[in-house]
Unconditional design. Structure first.
Length: 125
C-alpha cells in the first residue's frame, strides 16, 4: 500500500507541474515546473527507476524547454534573468583613466614579502 500512496503523491505533483506548464499562467511557475521535472528525472534515474537512455532523452527535452524560458528576452514568454544586468554593465561609463599605470612590475613583484617567502621555500627543495 505504501507504494500506491507514493505513486499517487508523485502523480499529484506531476499533475500540478503539467498544469503549470500547459496553462501558461506565469512564466516563473512554468520554469519552476520544468526544474521540478528535471529533478524528478534525476531522482528516478539515480534510483534506477528509468534507464540512462530514457533519462538522457527526458533531460534534453526538459532542459531545452527550461532554458528557453530562462534565456528568452521576450517579456511575455521568458524570464530573461541576465539581460538587465548585462545591459547595465554595458551601458555604464568607463571609470578607468587612459593614463592609469599599474604599480605592479617585475621588480616590484620580487620585492613583495610573500613572493620572497615562496622563492626561499623553493630554494630549500
Amino acid at each position: 500500500m505504501q507504494t500506491s500512496s507514493s505513486r499517487s503523491v508523485h502523480l499529484s505533483e506531476w499533475q500540478k507541474n503539467y498544469f503549470a506548464i500547459t496553462s501558461g499562467i506565469c512564466t516563473g511557475r512554468k520554469a519552476d515546473a520544468y526544474r521540478a521535472q528535471i529533478l524528478r528525472i534525476q531522482y528516478a534515474w539515480a534510483n534506477s527507476e528509468i534507464s540512462q537512455v530514457c533519462a538522457t532523452k527526458l533531460f534534453k527535452k526538459y532542459a531545452e524547454k527550461y532554458s528557453a524560458i530562462i534565456d528568452s528576452d521576450n517579456v511575455e514568454s521568458g524570464l530573461n534573468n541576465y539581460a538587465e544586468n548585462i545591459l547595465t554593465l554595458a551601458g555604464s561609463q568607463q571609470t578607468d583613466s587612459d593614463k592609469w599605470q599599474s604599480g605592479l612590475s617585475i621588480n616590484n613583484v620580487f620585492k613583495m614579502s610573500s613572493v620572497q617567502k615562496m622563492m626561499q621555500a623553493g630554494k630549500k627543495f
